[in-house]
Design a protein around this ligand. Structure first.
Ligand code: SIN
Length: 290
């Protein structure tokens, strides 16, 4: 079957049909096409469109890890309990009757508080509610490109402080929220640690510049301590997630989405109370943001 690429109108996000990733990673050839060449093509598409959507991918945990490894070595997943079937896979699960807010419901880049945050995130839908539960993605390249040149220049001289403390520390959200959850989330004092990353990140493969702050893990601007930095983060986050830079993804069961965590931020959405939602997630290891 031939690969079909259907980009979103603004070229942020593309749907890819005509590929069975399970087969492509399980055997060395795929429909007569060498799987190395196939994944080189998919990698190019991923770098170009930043978010790739693969429908009809019936992958178990091993299959998801094989696909992940075709994009890079697996990353590690702090604070989330791994799946019993594979240590590299985490399950994002919300039960039918759960009152807790959905996991990941505020805009963020995955694990941006790490020294080397993930390059790619892979999210595979296992159980999809009949309504709600979409995932939204925001394009950090276009958010940066749209800023006036003078502001781009100012921001390039600034560094942001990232930390997991608001979410995973003993005083953070998951430690203090009382609502029972289907997911086992670990909180730990290590979440108070901080990392400093550039506010404007240069993509290590394409060289494009992205606005790289997010409302969950960016806790300050090193050069602007206190309220001035907080106000700047808030303004930049609002700018970066305005509708014109956002792709709203609607899930079907067995859909795999792979995004570039070095230029894209994302958030889960609610709206499916009364229904179960189950996703499997992996990441690939990344580099130090520059
Ligand atoms: C996440 O990775 O932040 C969760 C996204 C989702 O479940 O839609």
């Amino acid at each position: 079957m031939a690969l079909r690429v259907d980009p979103q109108p603004n070229s942020f996000g593309a749907r890819i049909d005509g590929v069975d990733l399970n087969t492509a990673t399980a055997v060395s050839t795929h429909s007569g096409q060498d799987s190395g060449a196939l994944f080189e093509r998919l990698r190019d598409l991923w770098l170009r469109y930043q978010v790739l959507v693969f429908p009809d991918q019936n992958l178990d945990e091993d299959g998801l890890v094989r696909v992940t490894q075709a994009f890079g070595p697996c990353g590690s997943e702090p604070y989330l309990t791994p799946s019993q079937r594979h240590p590299r896979v985490v399950e994002i699960r919300r039960a039918r009757n759960e009152a807790a807010s959905p996991f990941g419901v505020s805009w963020h880049s995955d694990w941006s508080f790490k020294a080397q945050p993930p390059a790619a995130t892979l999210l595979l839908s296992k159980v999809v509610p009949p309504r709600g539960g979409d995932t939204w993605f925001a394009d950090g390249f276009r958010a940066y490109d749209a800023l006036p040149a003078e502001e781009q220049c100012t921001l390039e001289g600034l560094t942001a402080i990232h930390s997991a403390r608001r979410s995973y520390s003993p005083t953070g959200y998951f430690a203090t929220d009382q609502a029972p959850r289907a997911m086992a989330i670990k909180t730990d004092p290590s979440a108070y640690a901080t990392q400093t990353h550039p506010v404007v990140r240069t993509h290590p493969e394409s060289g494009r510049k992205a606005l790289w702050i997010n409302g969950v893990y960016t806790v300050g601007i090193r050069e602007l301590p206190g309220p001035r930095g907080d106000a700047l983060i808030e303004r930049l986050c609002r700018h970066a997630t305005q509708p014109e830079y956002v792709y709203q993804h609607r899930w079907e069961a067995n859909m795999l989405v792979i995004w570039d965590n070095r230029s894209v931020q994302h958030c889960a959405t609610a709206g499916y109370d009364g229904y179960e939602r189950v996703m499997h997630r992996t990441t690939t290891a990344g580099s130090v943001p520059r």
